[in-house]
Design a protein around this ligand. Structure first.
Ligand code: ADP
Ligand code: MG
Length: 700
């Protein structure tokens, strides 16, 4: 496509502000804006108008159906398509779309996970239109972003708590701004830009790997002779097949109003990344879901498969999603930007220490927000942040905070110094320090980059948690400062005190090192290594109280989420165990036996020859293989018997612990022997594509 056509193409399939402004009567348009801004809900009459205009627009774009699009706790998005047709007269139809169909949909919630909420409430669930995220047309259907709740209004999805958290955040952030004398800002929105990593492999190798098909990750496979050691893939020239995929993906995303911006190769062979331009946490989450879906469908058109699993290949870098989080006002300011005026700088520091306090007090929730069976393989491995949460601020800010804590003047080393007048606070220089790539929560100039998020995670989860915990700290700050007689003194004292109490969460060193693990322990920081360790902390008293205070989640909603997440974890590990057994028996055993019998035949042939030929090679090989195959057989027996014992009616936490302690460790052992045998095998005897075949499957 020609570059000049891109602005024309951008957002063409989206019922966005521009379309609404053009097509809706002005009163109806204003009413929609008020609904989007959260001032008041849309009235029935205006909703009727919007539905009718939306339908006409969608039909022009080729839609015959509409669907409420929602994000149940399954991890993928859900849709159910209805056509616009309505019987009319005798055997005719007209295209209709009522106000009710736009605003509310009823669906049988009983097949979606509810984590026990269903036991006490009705099976019916309903979807409610979220006017803050634009409707769009895709594959002949009008997609209406919706929240998904139980009949009595309990959240059954990922969007509802996110919307609630944004409301809470806005309320508390406005209180802070008012304290600084700012009464112009009407709305504060947490924003996010999520950099999405993924693997792209050839469809033909994918189809031959049952583990990739069933589990999204390989359960076996020795590492290839050439991995990522040379770092020649990172930012390397993009192969033409990949480039064609990326081009089509960009165009499809642009049509849907997704601001796809940056694309490049990542560290591992066949790993890539796409970064969008940031927007509100809600829109960004929806757009990230669309991005992941399109990555898969566009890849398919190119005979490629897009892997979004956090760790598709052992000993090769996994995929994450860098969640760049910041705070915008409706006047376009970034509240995490050290401003140009003294007042702004003091305000910046207050928001900054609110994040520091939030991250320290809610380490458990942040860890939980990214907890999944897939991400457990990544967190703590050498290329990803460890499971310990800490914040990296950069040398300059670190120095400033230390000076504030001690009440000393800070002399900046940096040349680019910003003037600031609130005399008690030091100047804030523009940060000139390098990035710390190992930090799980790094300040990058005007935003925080949360790096623990897994590549397949719905970012609604980490973001509703970040919004919630920061909103809570802003509330605590506002409560205190609103009562102060001397604002400046109280502010200075508050910032100082917060730094003193929460500086343990700040860390600038190498997060991958063993020393940090020890140091973090000494500081009393949490180290929740797995999903099973993290999830039981979800419903701790402090968390329940915090979520309830801001109307983000009730205790029963938290409990239901814990159950669902644990159950997802168990299902995933159980399916992996079954798949591993299957592959072991159907692929690995026949391959290994085939190769051994080949060697034995060769040995016999040599014996028949009269014993003059050396058979050292064959003997050594067969000995090694036979030793390994014995260990492999025993490990496989244990995996099989442990998998048989697994009982899906056990309680979820017990079951999850069993999965981790037994199934995962059994699988690891089976794999260890299988991979060791693979290294001894002749290529032609292997029935499955190897890591080499998969990771280098896209050649041109
Ligand atoms: P990097 O050097 O980490 O690639 P970039 O500046 O390119 O940093 O930004 C990475 C991501 O951060 C992009 O998705 C971008 O849109 C997002 N981002 C930038 N500013 C903000 C902000 N104020 N709020 C949220 N996300 C942001
Ligand atoms: Mg980045």
């Amino acid at each position: 496509m020609e570059a000049k056509r891109i602005p024309e193409l951008f957002g063409t399939m989206v019922f966005n502000d521009k379309v609404m402004k053009e097509r809706l009567p002005s009163e109806a348009y204003k009413a929609v804006r008020r609904a989007i801004e959260g001032v008041e809900p849309l009235s029935h009459d205006y909703a009727k108008t919007v539905a009718s205009v939306m339908k006409d627009w969608a039909i022009e774009k080729g839609a015959t159906h509409f669907t409420h699009w929602f994000q149940p706790m399954t991890g993928i998005t859900a849709e159910k398509h209805d056509s616009f047709i309505e019987p009319f007269g005798d055997g005719d139809v007209i295209m209709k779309f009522s106000e009710k169909s736009l605003v509310k949909g009823e669906s049988d919630a009983s097949s979606f996970p509810s984590g026990g909420l269903r036991a006490t409430f009705e099976a019916r669930g309903y979807t409610a239109w979220d006017p803050t995220s634009y409707a769009f047309v895709k594959d002949g259907s009008l997609y209406i972003p919706t929240a998904f709740c139980s009949y009595s209004g309990e959240a059954l999805d990922k969007k509802t708590p996110l919307l609630r958290s944004m409301e809470a955040f806005n309320k508390q952030a406005l209180r802070i701004l008012r304290l600084f004398g700012n009464d112009k800002v009407k709305k504060v929105t947490p924003t996010v830009g999520a950099e999405q990593e993924y693997f792209l492999i050839d469809k033909s190798v994918y189809e031959k790997r049952i583990d990739l098909v069933h589990c999204g990750r390989t359960l076996f496979g020795a590492r290839p002779s050439k991995g990522q050691e040379l770092e020649d893939h990172y930012y390397g020239a993009i192969k033409s097949r990949v480039s064609a995929f990326m081009k089509e993906l960009d165009e499809e995303l642009w049509k849907l109003g997704v601001y796809a911006k940056t694309k490049h190769n990542e560290v591992a062979p066949s790993q890539h990344e796409l970064a969008p331009i940031f927007t509100s946490t809600n829109t960004s989450s929806d757009q990230n879901q669309i991005t992941m879906e399109l990555m898969k469908s566009v890849a398919n058109k190119h005979d490629l498969v897009c892997l979004l699993h956090e760790k598709p290949f052992a000993s090769v870098s996994g995929s994450g999603k860098h969640n760049n989080w910041s705070i915008s006002t409706d006047l376009g300011e970034n509240l995490l930007d050290p401003g140009a005026t003294p007042n702004e700088n003091a305000q910046f520091l207050l928001f900054l220490v609110a994040v520091i306090k939030a991250v320290d007090e809610y380490q458990d929730l942040l860890r939980i927000s990214v907890a999944s069976a897939g991400n457990d393989h990544r967190l703590g491995a050498t290329e990803a942040p460890p499971a310990i949460i800490s914040i990296y601020l950069g040398e300059e800010l670190d120095g400033i905070l230390r000076a504030i804590e001690r009440g000393e003047a800070y002399s900046a080393k940096a040349k680019s110094e910003l003037k600031i007048g609130v005399s008690v606070l030091p100047p804030i220089p523009k940060d000139s320090t390098d990035r710390n790539r190992t930090s799980p929560f790094a300040f990058t100039g005007n935003k925080f980059e949360f790096r623990m998020v897994g590549s397949s995670t719905n970012i609604a989860c980490p973001n509703f948690i970040i919004n919630a915990i920061v909103a809570e700290e802003l509330r605590v700050f506002a409560d205190r400062l609103e009562k102060a007689t001397d604002f400046n003194t109280a502010l200075n004292e508050l910032i100082k005190e917060t730094i003193r109490e929460h500086k343990r969460i700040l860390f600038s060193g190498n997060n991958y090192s063993k020393e940090w693990e020890k140091e973090a322990k000494r500081r009393g920081l949490l180290n929740l290594k797995s999903t099973v360790d993290a999830l039981p902390l979800y419903a701790q008293k402090k968390n329940v109280e915090m979520f309830a205070r801001h109307n983000i989640l009730s205790e029963s909603e938290i409990n239901s989420r814990t159950e669902i997440l644990l159950e997802n974890y168990c299902n995933i590990v159980h399916i992996e165990a079954l798949t591993a057994i299957d592959i072991a028996k159907k692929e690995i055993v026949p391959s290994v036996i085939g190769y051994q019998s080949f060697i034995l035949k060769e040995l016999n042939r040599k014996k028949e020859y009269g014993g003059e030929l050396s058979s050292v090679l064959e003997e050594k090989l067969i000995k090694k293989l036979s030793d390994l195959s014995e260990k492999f057989a025993l490990a496989l027996d244990k995996l099989e018997s442990d998998t048989e014992k697994y009982n899906s009616s056990w309680g979820n936490l017990y079951k999850a612990k069993y999965c981790k302690r037994n199934l995962l460790s059994d699988m690891a052992l089976v794999r260890e022997y299988a991979d060791a045998m693979e290294l001894l095998m002749g290529k032609d005897f292997m029935s499955m594509p190897t890591y080499e075949d998969i990771l280098y499957s896209v050649k041109y």
